[in-house]
Design a protein around this ligand. Structure first.
Ligand code: NAD
Length: 343
């Protein structure tokens, strides 16, 4: 079966990453023909890399060699580009966040249905190694049933670039990083949401949020804290995960951290009281050596391929999409709800 001929719309940071890092991992399935960007200098950069630089979006749509487009433009432009692509008979992969709100997504999905064209959203962080470790712990219960997860990303560099500062372009950190962390948690826990609270941060003085902390309780009683920060000069762990029989702390994307399980050894000696500050405590003293064991994190390697390989199977072999549009819609509805809560 032939490779799918792609054109990338928007050859900025993420468009370039698709072109030169992600797509080349699936050379037999995905063939990049060229790019279109509104900026002449970006089209020039594409030409210098040996890609066709289309002069207009219309030219891309009119080219019968183009079977699919990948949209990597600012968030407010996704809807129009996706709909026009689908109407021109192209399959579409859209970067996250798929759209500005659920109403926009519904318009896209209606056109995808009408035209019968494949539409998928690039929620790539479902394959992050740190998330794969947490997913493995959650599913295989190495530290028992997991009942609490804390998922954080924290930086000290503010909001990057230009359009991410502006509400009209769909800027802000909930739509930028929040959409990844929420997608991971909702996909993992896979239970309806019972309760949500959110506290947005505006410390940088932008019109859009520069971070947020959210608590989510699911119907199955799993609780998640999600935090995104852009003015954190020292950071908390990427993940802190509690199960009934142990705790995992993943410090960073390099998978440093600790996985500790209770041995439930009845002969383990009781913890000894320690001096803590100006007081004494047994409650907060470290457990005795026999009471816990240190485990290695389950094997989890970065896999870039599954998204494009899955897209290919969806298009050519009628496989199920891994990132389902119904899941993407659920995450966007939650984001919209969080913005409503903050009003
Ligand atoms: P960017 O500003 O670096 O690049 C955007 C590019 O799109 C620019 O070159 C700009 O000239 C071009 N552009 C703007 N409007 C256009 C239009 N109508 N038609 C054609 N080109 C247009 O932004 P970025 O960081 O690459 O982000 C682009 C998208 O990718 C956003 O939706 C963002 O959320 C997403 N993204 C996803 C990930 C991920 O991990 N999945 C990471 C980064 C960005």
């Amino acid at each position: 079966m032939s490779a799918i001929n792609f054109v990338i719309i928007g050859y900025g940071g993420m468009g370039s990453y698709h072109a030169h890092t992600l797509m080349p991992t699936e050379q037999e399935k995905i063939h990049l023909l060229g790019v279109y960007d509104v900026l002449e200098e970006r089209r020039q950069a594409a030409s210098e890399k040996g890609l066709i630089a289309y002069d207009s979006f219309e030219e891309v749509l009119a080219d019968e060699n183009v079977e699919a487009i990948l949209i990597a433009t600012p968030n407010d432009s996704h809807k129009e580009l996706a709909i026009r692509g689908l109407q021109a008979g192209k399959k579409v992969i859209c970067e996250k966040p798929v759209a500005m709100n659920v109403a926009e997504l519904d318009e896209i999905l209606a056109v995808a249905k009408e035209t019968g064209q494949t539409f998928m959203v690039h929620q790539n962080r479902r394959w992050d190694p740190d998330f794969l470790v947490v997913r493995d712990l959650y599913q295989k219960k190495q530290i028992g049933e997991i009942f609490q997860l804390e998922s954080r990303v924290q930086g000290a560099n503010g909001i990057p670039g230009d359009w991410r500062h502006l509400p009209e372009h769909g800027g802000g950190m909930l739509l930028d990083w929040g959409v990844h962390l929420l997608d991971q948690i909702l996909w993992l826990v896979n239970s309806p949401i019972k309760k949500v609270s959110v506290d947005f941060s505006y410390v940088l003085g932008d019109q859009v949020d520069d971070g947020f902390i959210s608590y989510i309780t699911f119907e199955n009683d799993v609780k998640a804290l999600i935090e995104v920060g852009t003015s954190n000069y020292t950071t908390l762990p990427r993940w802190y995960v509690k199960g009934y029989e142990g705790t995992a702390r993943i410090d960073d994307w390099d998978l440093s951290g600790e996985l500790i399980r209770a041995t439930n050894n009845e002969d383990a000696s009781a913890p000894k009281p320690i001096q803590a500050g100006v007081g004494l405590t047994k409650t907060m003293a470290p457990p005795s050596e026999e009471a816990t064991e240190k485990l290695s994190f389950p094997e989890a390697k970065a896999e870039y391929q599954p998204f494009y390989a899955n897209f290919y199977s969806v298009v050519r072999e009628e496989a199920e999409p891994i990132v389902k549009n119904s899941e993407v819609r659920e995450v966007l509805a939650l984001i919209e709800h969080m913005f409503e809560l903050a009003k």
